[in-house]
Ligand binder design. Structure first.
Ligand code: HEC
Length: 287
């Protein structure tokens, strides 16, 4: 494909995608951390804010800021702010994350975003970025660097505003602060780039996944609450499908004693989840 055509497609797809950049709303998600613990964003709703630091092996910015992250946590965790890290390196794996943690002792839960779909939803573009999310209204309110002085603007100011009594992130302007990517902190999003250039094909790529993983229950007269029996139906349910995939709710975990066979959401391979979500983000096209 010619570069100019690719670029044009990329722009159209970006304008249509329903991810965090459109209004900075972020959908719910669940990820497992380096200790095997699940973190679901909406379950942090007892907090006023969640600070998420994008982390990557070899990112100098992460390593240089370890003391500042800890200082930030000391300043804010008693005021209703939780702290998490997000590792979105594809093919790195939980063992890789654990090895990195053993060396550097970040001492934060590091969520494994192997599909890169959460990075995409949060608008993460490089390691070392700090994202502040209001977990009640599911809004991103800050996306930028870790300041040299953790208490200072802009990050400190955003946190001060969101912990204030009666704060409503919907009336707050999202603070986006760009900064230079430090050595080792570049991120690439191969699946996203591929599917933004050309959305996954409904008939040959999407339908087979649904048939294999979902239609057993989501069929006329099945136990699923709707039948995945037409493109229209699937398109209409797409926002919910995105949510159940991103939070790992579907397919439900089940033990079938007759076949002694476990299936759970973790069994949907990375590539299939990427296809489904990027297809939905592109508007669930019929092609
Ligand atoms: C073992 C049977 C089964 C399989 C397999 C299954 N589902 Fe479901 N699904 C259900 C049932 C039962 C419900 C209703 C109860 C619930 O929401 O948990 C449901 C509900 C849903 C909902 C609505 C959720 C809501 O909150 O209203 C969506 C969307 C969905 N499923 C999508 C999927 C997708 C996508 C797949 C395949 C990746 C899938 N399901 C696989 C049984 C199944």
């Amino acid at each position: 494909m010619k570069k100019s055509k690719l670029l044009a497609l990329f722009t159209v797809a970006a304008a249509m995608s329903f991810n965090a950049f459109a209004g900075d709303r972020v959908g719910d998600f669940t990820l497992i951390d380096n200790n095997g613990k699940a973190h679901q964003l909406s379950k942090y709703a007892f907090n006023k804010a969640v600070v998420i630091v994008s982390q990557q092996a070899g990112c100098t910015n992460n390593r240089e800021n370890i003391a500042r992250y800890k200082q930030l946590r000391t300043n804010w965790d008693h005021r209703g702010v939780s702290f998490l890290m997000l590792n979105s390196s594809p093919d790195y794996g939980r063992d890789g994350i654990r090895a990195e943690e053993a060396v550097w002792n970040y001492d934060f839960p590091i969520m494994d975003d192997e599909t890169q779909l959460v990075a995409d939803a949060l608008g993460v573009t490089k390691a070392g970025q700090v994202i502040v999310v209001d977990p009640v209204r599911m809004q991103v309110i800050y996306r930028g660097p870790m300041p040299v002085q953790p208490a200072r603007a802009p990050l400190g100011e955003v946190l001060e505003a969101i912990v204030a009594d009666g704060a409503d992130s919907r009336s707050m302007d999202v603070v986006n602060v760009d900064f230079e990517v430090a050595e080792g902190c570049e991120m690439t999003f191969p699946a996203k780039e591929r599917y933004m250039a050309e959305a996954p094909d409904y008939e040959t790529e999407i339908a087979p996944i649904l048939i294999e993983r979902c239609v057993g229950c989501h069929v006329e007269g099945g136990i699923g609450p709707f039948a995945m029996n037409s493109h229209m139906m699937i398109q209409g349910w797409s926002p919910m499908i995105r949510e159940v995939i991103m939070t790992g709710r579907m397919p439900p975990m089940q033990v079938d004693p007759t076949v002694r066979h476990w299936t759970n959401s973790g069994n949907i391979p990375v590539e299939e989840r990427q296809k489904l979500i990027h297809w939905i983000n592109a508007g669930s096209p019929r092609n």
